[in-house]
Ligand binder design. Structure first.
Ligand code: ATP
Ligand code: MG
Length: 546
């Protein structure tokens, strides 16, 4: 049980808000969801699920400059893919009328005023945590003037940046957020994705969030620790108008940071816009759609979130842990296949000319319930260049013309007899096979020191493999003095071709495989009928230390 669940259980015992549980996940539709958001999603939806409550989806769309329906759609798709079901879909923009009316009420009650100073002047007057701020010269203008000016702001008669509506609270308050925070600003440059040109003034986060929670009936408004300092203001605004017994409460947990990546939507957008990645769903991105395209499964992501847990202390999680969870997940289900990345030809000299056979191989050794597949076998095969050595040292146990035997995976035992190089340096390896050693027959039990992978030459299919690595070269790109774009890992993508088993030609986008000795791969949606594309999800080597 995490500490938020403990709070919820106490609240339930105390019949707070009549024992009702309602949460919300409140993304701003100004970018795609990332794995950090998933931590919040699992909390918001998880609490509702566990305590028979409801979790709504609320788009916090109060800034038309950066918001778009493209993001709304992607957010809904990603949450559904993670396996969560929201109650209702709400938009902060649904409340623009109510919030405007509330602002008018604040003005009438002498709790808000229109300030005509520039943003710089207002910032200069803020003071510091130890020094009080300076009151605006517009702070004490009459209510009627404030009303008239705020209405002019909304009517589109005032230029952007020329006026703001501020709450009249306390310029000396030790909590800087109480020093007459801005409630409304003018934005006329962009239409809103839902309300179009109806509004010329838009509420700030602090004036919109708690009120939206209240309008919807949210009981537990859960967010990340940077909002702790906003909580008194959240409560202050509610105190001004809430009546009756019900009110929402804000709780905070630590946000997720992961090494070798960035999780700010602003930075991710820059990477996308400047073409430094292929899009929001580039498999190197920490976005949900990027992770999906990389080959992450919903269950692996859930297991990652379970492992990191929720606390009240900020920290950074090792990217290795995320990779560990996808390996653990795919280990159980991904069919093992042969893909040869650096092929050399192997000719079995004593295998009958023109003969072909079909080998039935288990998708995962020892797990027949996960199915089998057919592997064509013949006289000429591709094997990995590194599995052959002409003059091998004593401790080289793979193929070499030194009398040692090796097994071809799922097939026969062979012995190399020599090799030939053509003018271009292409190697052909020659070997003989033991016709009585086929796997699955009695001779298949004969053990040799090593097993190598292969695909039959005529049936092999060429595939593109995109070998992804961490996006950044440094652990914490945000900690550096350099621009984060200069810290990208130059080797984060290598594109190669490989020869894969013919059965893979039927693979569908997002199918998962393990390429033996190579790593976990997923079929990329760029795949077409005659061009297979695989993304490397993770290498096989797990360097995560528990
Ligand atoms: P960014 O700074 O990248 O723009 P944001 O916090 O502004 O992110 P929102 O769309 O406002 O993004 O976030 C929606 C919810 O997701 C909020 O409740 C926020 O606290 C939570 N959230 C955002 N980033 C993280 C993170 N890294 N870890 C946990 N929760 C997060
Ligand atoms: Mg935000």
């Amino acid at each position: 049980m995490n500490f938020i669940e403990e709070i919820v259980e106490k609240d339930l015992q105390n019949k707070l808000n009549d024992g009702r549980i309602q949460t919300r996940f409140p993304p701003e539709p100004n970018g795609y969801l990332h794995i950090g958001h998933v931590k919040a999603i699992c909390m918001d939806f998880g609490i509702a699920q566990k305590y028979n409550g409801v979790c709504n989806l609320r788009f916090d769309d109060t800034n038309p400059v950066k918001e778009d329906t493209e993001y709304v759609d992607s957010i809904m798709e990603d949450i559904a893919w993670l396996g969560f079901k929201w109650g209702n879909v709400y938009y902060a923009s649904d409340y623009f009328d109510k919030l405007y009316d509330l602002a008018i009420r604040f003005i009438k009650e002498g709790k808000a005023y229109v300030d005509e100073q520039t943003a710089e002047q207002i910032a200069q007057q803020k003071g510091t945590p130890t020094e009080p701020g300076v009151e605006s010269p517009y702070r004490n203008r009459p209510v009627e003037e404030n009303l008239r000016l705020f209405q002019k702001m909304q009517a589109g008669e005032i230029e952007d940046g020329k006026m703001v509506l501020r709450a009249k609270i306390d310029m000396a308050n030790p909590n800087m957020h109480f020093r007459d925070p801005i409630m409304y600003r003018i934005i006329t440059t962009h239409p809103h994705h839902r309300t179009g040109r109806k509004w010329n003034v838009y509420p700030m986060y602090d004036f919109a969030h708690g009120q939206s929670d209240y309008f919807e009936g949210v009981t537990h408004s859960i967010c990340t620790l940077e909002f702790v300092v906003h909580r008194p203001l959240y409560d202050y605004f509610l105190d001004q108008f809430v009546e009756g017994g019900y009110r929402p409460h804000q709780y905070e947990f630590n946000r997720l940071n992961i090494t070798y990546t960035v999780m700010s939507k602003r930075k991710m957008l820059q990477l996308v816009k400047e073409g430094l990645v292929a899009g929001w769903d580039d498999p190197r991105m920490p976005t949900v759609c990027g992770l999906r395209r990389r080959g992450y499964t919903p269950s692996s992501i859930h297991s990652f979130i379970d492992k990191i847990g929720y606390t009240k202390v900020e920290g950074t999680i090792d990217l290795g842990l995320l990779e560990h969870t996808i390996r653990e997940d795919l280990k159980e289900q991904a069919p093992r296949m042969c893909a040869i990345f650096d092929p050399v030809k192997l000719v079995i000299t004593n295998y009958p000319e023109g003969q072909k056979e079909t080998i039935i191989a288990e998708n995962i050794d020892g797990k027949p319930e996960l199915g089998t597949r057919e592997m064509p076998f013949g006289k000429e095969l591709y094997i990995e260049r590194g599995d052959f050595m002409e003059d091998a040292p004593k401790d080289f146990y793979r193929l070499s013309p030194n009398g040692r035997e090796v097994r071809l995976k799922n097939a026969y035992i062979i012995q190399a007899t020599g090799c030939e190089k053509d003018a271009e340096g292409n190697i052909t390896v020659y070997c003989t096979y033991d016709a009585d050693s086929k796997s699955g027959t009695e001779g298949g039990n004969r053990k040799v020191k090593s097993t190598i992978n292969w695909v039959e030459c005529q049936s092999a299919v060429d595939a593109e493999a995109r070998l992804y690595d961490r996006l950044f070269a440094v652990e914490d790109p945000s900690a550096s003095d350099k621009d984060f774009r200069e810290l990208l890992n130059p080797d984060s993508l290598k594109v190669v071709t490989c020869k894969v088993e013919s059965s893979l030609s039927n693979a569908k986008a997002f199918d998962h495989f393990q390429f033996l000795k190579q790593g976990y791969f997923v079929v990329d949606p760029d795949t077409t009928a005659d061009h297979l594309v695989f993304n490397r999800t993770a290498s096989l080597k797990d360097n995560w230390k528990k």
